[in-house]
Design a protein around this ligand. Structure first.
Ligand SMILES: [Zn+2]
Length: 214
């Protein structure tokens, strides 16, 4: 967990926004390998173990695990970097589920971005431009803190997508499975047989609070 992105996190519980407080027991190259993130509002504590911050204690169940299939990380990373437009500039990029396994490929292609890998299926190590979290069914990031975001089928739930859109900057890009409906606040820019590429509209910031099921 790269110490400079701690300010981008929020408690995944539905309450007022407040910065989390990080404490580090083991720090290496500004990467917290062991420690804790604490919420000053509700008192929740999220452990950091082996560099991975675990937000799943927030109560909501995590998305069901996706089927693990062998994939070509390099090709997937290239695809994510191209579709998300990461060829220049910095910022925080979120890769969830299957996409997260290509975190280091994306970080190598887009040197100035920091990649947050959410629930990688395989072994992904923290450091070298990559941080890792385990998330409940919401993305624990503050509004408009993310430049671009890719979500796999297991994370394309209504709640996870709504929190993802809230975390995106205006005009930020969202890559999701073509079978998933576009979340509110996002317009479609492109699609192929596998993926749909959307862009956050510049008008609104959606709330993290759960919406009724339709
Ligand atoms: Zn809290």
């Amino acid at each position: 967990m790269f110490i400079e992105i701690v300010d981008a996190f929020r408690c995944p519980r539905a309450h007022e926004l407040m910065w989390l407080v990080a404490s580090a027991d083991r720090l290496e190259d500004r990467d917290i390998l062991a420690g804790e993130l604490g919420c000053p509002v509700c008192g929740a504590r999220y452990p950091i173990v082996d560099g991975i911050a675990d937000f799943r204690g927030a109560g909501a169940p995590p998305p069901p695990a996706a089927q693990i299939l062998p994939t070509d990380h390099g090709a997937r990373g290239l695809r994510a970097a191209a579709l998300l437009g990461l060829t220049d500039g910095g910022g925080l990029v979120v890769l969830a589920g299957e996409w997260a396994d290509a975190a280091h490929d994306v970080a190598a292609l887009a040197e100035r971005v920091h990649v947050l890998a959410v629930d990688p299926l395989g072994d992904v190590s923290s450091g070298a431009g990559v941080s890792i979290v385990r998330a409940p069914d919401v993305l624990p990031l503050r509004p408009e803190s993310v430049r671009a975001l890719a979500v796999d089928a297991a994370h394309a739930t209504e709640r996870f997508l709504a929190s993802s859109v809230a975390a995106l900057r205006p005009s930020g890009r969202l890559l999701l499975p073509v079978a998933s409906p576009l979340p509110d606040g996002v317009v479609e820019r492109a699609r192929d047989a596998h993926d749909r590429l959307g862009e956050k509209q510049d008008l609104t910031t959606l709330e993290l609070a759960p919406r009724p099921l339709r």
